[in-house]
Write a protein that binds this ligand. Sequence first.
Ligand code: SF4
Length: 476
Amino acid sequence: MKPLFLNPPTFEDFDGGAGARYQASREVTSFWYPTWLCFPAGMIEGSRVVDAPVQKFTLEDCLTIAKGFDMVVMYTSTPTLAIDIETARRIKEVKPDIVTVLTGPHVSILPEESLKAGNGIIDIVCRGEFDYSTKELCEGRDWSKVDGISFIKDGKTIHTPDRPLIEDLDALPFVAPIYKRDLPISEYVIPHFKNPYVSIYSSRGCPSKCIYCLWPQTFSGRQMRLRSPQNVYEEVKWIVDNIPEMRELSFDDDTFTASREHARNVANLLKPLGISWTINARANCDYETLKVMREAGLRHVVVGYETGNEPILKNIKKGVTKEQAIQFTKDCKKLGLSVHGAFIMGLPGETKETIQETINYAKQLDLNSIQASLASPYPGTEFYTLAKEQGWIASDDFIDSTGHQKCVINYPNLSNAEIFNSVEEFYDKFYFRPKYILRSIGKMIVDGEERRKLLKEGKQYLAYMQKRKQGQSCES
Ligand code: SF4
């Protein structure tokens, strides 16, 4: 069976592929690679990966492409499930015998409900990692003999035994050759990276216990599994030799620094390649490890600070204190590392005062860039269970009709509208302050590329905020 791994069209600039940790249109155009789809694609003869939002393919384009395949595999999410089922329905219309498969955190947690929502349109859902499940399905194995899948037979839902997490990550194929074969590398951008970038994983899973974090609780697991440093090096070397347009490599692991030894070993091997790279780090990584990575080409770190309020850090089981995060940030600056801080508005314990505390904290840290998201209690997370128990969930719609994130959390002392508005306030207060503006102007004066980038992003940001407000007001 020939499979099509499809990230279907959704909304303009919607970053919802099998590599985005939360699905929404972003303030500035931002696309992650559909990495999870590329692993099985690399193991199955005749496969193809289509990333419609990035390739600017319409639904009609995708239907035409799908006619040439026997199976379509989509990575779905809580916000996009209905859209993905509708895409599958349209595909079945033009190719009735195609096998439709959904994967990803949502269907892993709610397989039966997802099949029911599919109403006969979805043939199979894969629970958990789907690399080998989809491979075995394409090899023609009887569905009942494929672990980790659910399907409906004679009106009954069949769940085959769970599939254990993959231990030998080195046995998986490199994803980069699939990127090069199927995807337009130059269209993948993350604003705070040097673009075009390429991202890979050097591990799967994260041992931390953050209650809101989706992948480790539903999909990638809380046990960190590592590729060998040599295997990682070989893929990076392949990229350097075969994707010369790459300007920066991203290790988009759940947390690259969760194993310091792994981080240092990978860094030491990468050093002779002389490339610029980025990581996702926890704000408790020690100075020495940062230094080893910096000396090996690390330029930029993406860090989940989440909040500036210590009790909220405890509520969400972040496992990092403010004091540690402040020290980490100082260490990064001392080493000349650029820092992108991720914050979440509306986590348990949030009040009007803690919102201001977080905004002031980010300003004091004086990070290079920030991202403010809305707390989203996705099914399968401890946050979801807590929010359900406490009656905090005001709506099941995680995105509005234009793909922008909606605030579904409503606290007795803080409304979803107040949390929603805090995101814009955060961006305004962080980016439109004299120190940041002066620094940006300085960069624009000396660097033409930076000037074009900042002006383009500024325009995108203003348009985004306008659409975001319109989306919210249309729905309220
Ligand atoms: S450290 Fe990061 S990846 Fe790990 S559970 Fe927390 S938020 Fe998720």
